[in-house]
Design a protein around this ligand. Structure first.
Ligand code: EPU
Length: 342
């Protein structure tokens, strides 16, 4: 039975970079059954499949062949846990920031530092969203997925998700094999402010509410990061690189003020924004793209550009950093291309 109708869809406004894109076919399933029906149909007809969330960490080509599926199930609910803990179930289509603010308003602790991150819940585990000293992995209890191969549903533990810095199994072994349908988060009723990152502590009182922390995070982000509704962008365009201690030592000898963060594995994480900034590229514009003038880690689209131009521009930025510091930058947003059925 064909439960879903597919029609072409203009996706220019469905990606925060504002890149022009037309999907050959599009479906926004509002239930698990509709999602499964879309996946079965794509598989039976041999259509390449692209999954779309909030489109905030994605680079779209001008045309996407096959079927684009944007899960639209958007309910969330609360379940009491043991002692002070509370379990939150959030479906893939729930807007992440709206959920965070609603939880903070209930004075539930755990996600408040992740306020104003664009996108939907279903995409959050893919890059293990993180900001101000907190990552999704810190509050995640489980991820529910549908397997593309047979439409079956399963629940993954945080260990099975293999979370790392801006990384997970959904970028690796499970890429193109599952659709994330639901998150289960564990939050706490007990106040546990994490204010150690940057100037967060100076913006909140001594014992803030979760909502006050979330609002302080929003204020910091608004000062530094461009609003995609006004200027196309995908947040940080590069990951912060992790280099050997030898390379970090050599760079620090020359630049003693370079931000650097030792990692448990002995490597040193550097700030890609600082490296780009030091190359004098903050505010640099070429054609339709530029380096944001308040945060060099963010590339912006002034309109009229394409994915190909953006990738060429990003290569030039990364090339300058490699030339000057000998550090390779890795792209953060993923490139969308219809995945052949497997
Ligand atoms: N810096 C500069 N110039 C710049 C940008 C940064 O000198 O143009 C310096 C800062 O002064 C600071 C250091 O670099 O010493 C780090 O900067 P910041 O605290 O702004 O954080 P970031 O490393 O640039 C990361 C995340 C952000 C997240 C912030 C806050 C990545 C790739 N980015 O940025 O995440 O909001 O920390 O936790 O890890 C995103 O992923 O889209 C994103 C915005």
């Amino acid at each position: 039975m064909n439960l879903v109708r597919f029609s072409p869809r203009e996706l220019t406004r469905a990606n925060t970079l504002g890149l022009p894109c037309v999907a050959e076919r599009f479906s926004a399933p509002g239930s698990l059954a509709e999602l499964q029906a879309s996946l079965i149909e794509a598989r039976e007809r041999g259509w390449p499949l692209t999954l779309l969330g909030g489109g905030s960490n994605l680079i779209l080509p001008p045309r996407l062949a096959g079927l684009v599926v944007q899960p639209a199930m958007a309910n969330w609910w609360q379940e009491e846990g043991e002692e002070d803990s509370v379990r939150i179930h959030a479906e893939a289509g729930v807007n992440w920031h709206e959920l965070v603010m609603a939880l903070a308003a209930r004075d539930l602790w755990g996600t408040e530092n992740l306020a104003l991150i664009p996108g939907r819940c279903g995409a959050a585990p893919i890059q293990n969203i993180g900001a101000y000293g907190v990552e999704l992995a810190d509050v995640l209890e489980a991820v529910e997925v549908v397997h593309l191969a047979d439409g079956s549903v399963s629940r993954l533990s945080p260990e099975a998700c293999r979370f790392g810095y801006r990384d997970s199994v959904f970028k690796g072994a499970m890429a193109g094999r599952v659709v994330i349908t639901r998150l289960v988060l564990r939050l706490s009723r007990r106040a546990q402010p994490r204010l150690g990152y940057g100037d967060l502590a100076s913006r909140t009182g001594a014992s803030p509410t979760a909502l006050e922390v979330a609002e302080a995070v929003c204020a910091i982000r608004r000062e530094k990061l461009p609003d995609p509704a006004q200027l196309g962008n995908a947040g940080s365009f590069f990951k912060n690189p992790q280099v050997t201690s030898g390379l970090a030592k050599r760079l620090l000898a020359e630049h003693p003020d370079m931000p650097h963060f030792p990692q448990p594995d002995g490597r040193i994480k550097l700030a890609a924004g600082w490296l780009i900034d030091q190359c004098g590229l903050k505010g640099w514009r070429e054609g339709h793209f530029g380096v944001h003038d308040r945060q060099a880690l963010v590339l912006v689209h002034f309109g009229g550009g394409s994915a190909t131009e953006l990738l060429a521009f990003a290569d030039r930025v990364a090339g300058r950093v490699a030339e000057r510091f000998g550090v390779e930058l890795e792209r953060e947003p993923r490139l969308a291309r219809g995945q052949a059925p497997r």
